[in-house]
Design a protein around this ligand. Structure first.
Ligand code: VGL
Ligand code: ZN
Length: 208
């Protein structure tokens, strides 16, 4: 457990994805075991020179909120301009306590060189910390990481099957080596977690 930390170098960066109250127990889009990974994330973050934290940061009129589509239920899919989009319960609304970082992850957040906010455009959801779901609009994270000398990124946080998955995949597409620290993530559902593992195998994302 965590033996990989010995091999972390200055060319490695840690991306902590969405460690927010709404993805933890009692939150609007709670992931089972979400809060339990926070102490581990702190331990991992302490060993990285470069730490970046992403923050899901929606407005109330966000297109992926089921509440903004008459008669639509959360966890069903709709078709939008940029393709299929899963509908969610309202979550991580800007300025709400649900959007705040979980208190237990404060040491890792304190180490962060930057906090990347995503999902603020009401017309486009954003899972990845690199690109919005239209796969075109950049958050600027690639340039930041390159500017800081990173060549490989380690990804942890919530949720494994959505924001962690798409962040790791985009990292590879952007030319970084990508490693997902599985014990420091949790998934929303098992079928989508399996889809993530299949996709990681195809793209060369390493799973620890
Ligand atoms: C996430 C669904 C909607 C995540 C964010 O952080 O994985 N999932 N918004
Ligand atoms: Zn979201």
């Amino acid at each position: 457990m965590l033996t990989f930390l010995q091999d972390v170098t200055e060319r490695d960066a840690l991306i902590v994805v969405d460690p927010q109250n709404d993805f933890c127990e009692g939150g609007a889009l709670a992931v089972q075991g979400g809060a339990s990974i926070m102490p581990l994330i702190n331990e991992i973050a302490a060993r990285f020179k470069t730490v970046v934290v992403s923050q899901d940061w929606h407005t109330p009129d966000q297109i992926s909120f089921a509440s903004n589509h008459e008669g639509a239920a959360p966890f069903t899919q709709i078709e939008v301009e940029y393709g299929p989009q899963m509908l969610w319960p309202d979550h991580c609304v800007q300025g709400s306590s649900g959007a705040d970082f979980h208190a237990d992850v404060a040491p890792a957040v304190q180490r962060a060189a930057a906090i990347i906010r995503k999902g603020a455009n009401p017309a486009v959801d954003s899972y990845s910390a690199f690109f919005e779901n239209d796969h075109k609009t950049s958050t600027g994270l690639s340039g930041l990481l390159r500017g800081l000398g990173a060549e490989r990124v380690f990804v942890c946080g919530l949720a494994y099957d959505y924001c962690v998955r798409f962040t790791a995949e985009d990292a590879v597409r952007e030319g970084f080596a990508a490693v997902v620290i599985e014990e420091a993530t949790r998934a929303i559902a098992e079928d989508t977690a399996q889809a993530a593992r299949d996709s990681f195998a195809a793209l060369g994302v390493v799973r620890l």
